[in-house]
Design a protein around this ligand. Structure first.
Ligand SMILES: Nc1ncnc2c1ncn2[C@@H]1O[C@H](COP(=O)(O)OP(=O)(O)OP(=O)(O)O)[C@@H](O)[C@H]1O
Ligand SMILES: Nc1ncnc2c1ncn2[C@@H]1O[C@H](COP(=O)(O)OP(=O)(O)OP(=O)(O)O)[C@@H](O)[C@H]1O
Ligand SMILES: [Mg+2]
Ligand SMILES: [Mg+2]
Lengths: 256, 256
């Protein structure tokens, strides 16, 4: 049975996609079979893993619309144990079209059911909003992983996100819990980076991942080659940090 | 008559709020009376200008719900010529509540009508999505200003944004046009920064602002003091860049 993790934060540009791609890829490197579902109409996870979105004949939108099964739209990546369900621009329409649809919050959960036991981990990369696509991800997920950028605005939206998680947990998905908070783009020379870590540690002492993702230019270069950091530059701090985070996440599973 | 400019890009974390605050503040420094409307439920523009959102008794949500006029919720900032309409968390509900409402796309335009002639510039800081709040901003605006981060994913969402602009221009607001594209977080040591500038210049030669906003840690520190960069550190490159951008924008008005 796969562990399904939603990677969400309505604050934009905090490293949701970078974490989705590189955590899923690092788990694949540790021989954990992983699937990444791109729930963002911008399709950054798809592009970042080398998918040419203009060549796609089907995508997540078709699955949500009920015309294709998830198995039909799966794509292999350069890593044997990593697969992706890509998204295209038409996913923007899904938020509006789903409003009046049957089981609108359960579309992702229902779509994942047939493939659930083929993977060790399934990651859901969310768009920067608390709309229906993110609610779908939280309804399907076992847990929520929250990337937080080490910048001043980082904590602003956190309480709204956790409120949404609690709402989904009460009404749609009783098993949902907070997997943890991971600090991204940490720059030790920058005072604010240290302040944010201390603030998060004070508010959520047992939910902050030990591994901190440092700011590393190689992480922002790797998507332009369509490769996760491990394949682009395995010696970079970005690659090391995400391998560490993957190990820490595997460790979470063992204690449960 | 105010020039109303929507600052939008559904890609997250590209500098929409930083540009909204500091461009509006820089225009106020040039004695242009400016108003900033915070359309993002996260309320980063409000916090970044020193508003304590927990103390607010009314906000943009009440205006969109028709229970208050915009004049009731205006707040003065530390700069004489800069005012803000703050937002609170309940704005998240507006996207859903407005779906079935009368004149749902015109709520911001209607709300601004009584104050239109009191300002030289009105800026609309948008959330990272192409939902109803952003469509409201585009319907109310004379033009669209697009901040683009100098990172790989920058150009991914641009075509979808311009398509939405064209759609709004055809159906809801015939005067809407592209004011320009401004490059943010430029780092001259970083190869990708140069590549993005060249790419944008190739695609939109006459729409790229000459002024480029450089990456500057002081810009990410100033919101924690609730001050625009000009009041936090007027000698910083961040402050200089936004003053330049303001001058360039004023120049746009003169040629029209
Ligand atoms: N640790 C890091 N070091 C350097 N750059 C990073 C790091 N993490 C992410 N980035 C860069 O920062 C930008 C934002 O990251 P990313 O796109 O992953 O955020 P996001 O939360 O998915 O954004 P959105 O809200 O638009 O979905 C990207 O250009 C990415 O390459
Ligand atoms: N030129 C710059 N130099 C350094 N940091 C910057 C610069 N511009 C913005 N930042 C920082 O980058 C982060 C993202 O910027 P900002 O919040 O303005 O983006 P946004 O597009 O409004 O995000 P969202 O999509 O969540 O609304 C913030 O922490 C901000 O302080
Ligand atoms: Mg993303
Ligand atoms: Mg913003």
């Amino acid at each position: 049975m796969a562990k399904i993790i939603a990677i969400a934060n309505q604050k934009g540009g905090v490293g949701k996609t970078t974490t989705s791609i590189n955590l899923a890829a690092s788990l694949a490197v540790h021989s954990k079979k992983s699937l990444l579902v791109d729930l963002d109409p911008q399709g950054n996870s798809s592009t970042g893993l080398g998918i040419d979105r203009s060549q796609l004949t089907s995508s997540l939108y078709d699955v949500l619309a009920g015309v294709r099964s998830l198995i039909d739209v799966l794509n292999q990546t350069e890593l044997n144990d990593l697969f992706i369900v890509p998204s295209t621009k038409d996913l923007v329409g899904a938020e509006i079209e789903l409003v009046a649809a049957e089981r609108r919050e359960y579309r992702i959960k229902d779509a994942l059911a047939p493939v659930h036991d083929r993977y060790d981990y399934i990651f859901l990369d969310c768009p920067p909003s608390l709309g229906l696509l993110t609610v779908n991800a939280l309804t399907a997920a076992d847990s929520l992983l929250v990337p937080i950028q080490s910048e001043y605005y980082a904590l602003e939206g956190l309480s709204a996100l956790l409120e949404t998680m609690n709402l989904v947990q009460r009404r749609l998905n009783s098993k949902l819990h907070l997997e943890g908070i991971v600090i991204t783009m940490f720059d030790s020379r920058n005072r604010i980076s240290h302040q944010v870590v201390e603030e998060v540690r004070a508010h959520f002492p047992d939910k902050l991942f030990r591994t901190i993702i440092r700011r590393n230019v190689r992480l922002s270069e790797s998507p332009s080659y369509g490769k996760p950091i491990y394949l682009y530059d395995a010696n970079s701090t970005g690659s090391q940090d995400y391998l560490e985070l993957a190990k820490e996440l595997i460790g979470h599973g063992e204690v449960n």
